[in-house]
Design a protein around this ligand. Structure first.
Ligand code: AKB
Length: 319
């Protein structure tokens, strides 16, 4: 069985992706690394390597020794935190990507996955059904780093034959892991507040629509992209991937169908300006036709899944 490494395994996507990779390839074939220990027992069944993704020597040592078939490089600083630490965000997001791309260029890794984001788009991008090659004008350091990273991925593919694949994720919503420093984090926090019987104060406006995706769809899409034959991957920057688009008030209404007393207040903060600069919905025709992408879970089903799963977790923590 081919060996796999996930860099940034302690993050929101990392935890879910590792669990899916373990199920698909066997725990012993998936190594996980991060600068902090992942807060998930299942993830920690894999071999854990303490790794600073910006440390070129350390990353190269691990990849040269590991000879992994695939590396999923997820370490990044997201949009909201990145605005507080712009230079640190740029350094982490770019240096870590170069470290992995260079290792792949050396032939130590066969296939690389690197996440991009809807943050590559900006105020001048159309708001609805953003095409794959829309005008990019990112306003955040995170978005600028993702846009630059996309072109570096394509550069390493075209110049050096590196098999690097990427997805522009919308906001991701899952119940197994906590979000960390993004503008779309409200869409996870709101479910935790609701199941705890608390009111939620949303940091975005009630009517701010954004593209979103249920975590299991995002993980499945990632694995499908990575399993596709190389000649199906026509886009070596990053694929648009859509699922659903909703506003905070639509999520709140959905939750109130299950928990009628749930209350939401709105106190938009600095993240509102970031959200406003992003599109509301995504055209993912290329992903659908190149490698068969199709979302499965939409808002009503996701709401039931999230409330149920977080509720059960809370109950088992109490008992
Ligand atoms: C963020 O909000 O920064 C991320 C993203 C959309 O890439 N969730």
């Amino acid at each position: 069985m081919a060996k796999i490494l996930v860099i940034g395994a302690a993050g929101q996507l990392g935890i879910d992706l590792v669990l899916a990779l373990q199920a698909q390839h066997g725990v012993g074939n998936v190594d996980v690394s991060d600068i902090r220990v992942p807060d998930d027992e299942g993830v920690m069944h894999s071999r854990f390597l303490h790794l600073d993704a910006t440390d070129e020597g350390a990353v190269h040592r691990v990849l040269e020794e590991g000879r992994y078939h695939a590396v999923y490089h997820l370490a990044a600083m997201l949009s909201a935190t990145g605005e507080k630490k712009p230079i640190a965000a740029w350094d982490l997001n770019m240096q870590s990507l170069f470290n992995v791309l260079e290792a792949a260029k050396e032939g130590w890794v066969e296939r690389v996955f690197w996440p991009s984001s809807i943050a590559v788009f900006g105020p001048q991008t159309p708001k609805q059904d953003v095409p794959q090659d829309a005008l990019f004008d990112p306003t955040t350091v995170y978005g600028i780093s993702k846009q630059a990273g996309e072109y570096w991925c394509r550069y390493y593919h075209e110049k050096f034959g590196v098999d690097v694949r990427s997805i522009r994720y919308p906001g991701l919503i899952g119940h197994r892991s906590e979000p960390g420093g993004g503008t779309t984090d409200y869409a996870v926090e709101i479910y935790h507040a609701a199941t705890a019987g608390e009111a939620y104060t949303c940091f975005l406006r009630a009517d701010q629509a954004l593209p979103m995706m249920y975590m299991d769809d995002a993980v499945r899409g990632t694995l499908e992209l990575m399993a596709a034959p190389a000649d199906r991957i026509q886009i070596r920057t990053s694929y648009n991937l859509g699922a659903m688009s909703f506003t905070p008030s639509e999520v709140a209404n959905g939750i109130q169908q299950h928990l009628p007393n749930f209350q939401v207040n709105y106190a938009p903060d600095h993240r509102q300006a970031i959200a406003e600069s992003w599109p509301e919905s995504i055209d993912d025709t290329a992903a659908r036709s190149d490698w068969g992408w199709e979302p499965r879970v939409l808002l009503p089903e996701m709401t039931s899944i999230m409330l149920d799963a977080i509720g059960k977790k809370t109950q088992s923590a109490v008992h």
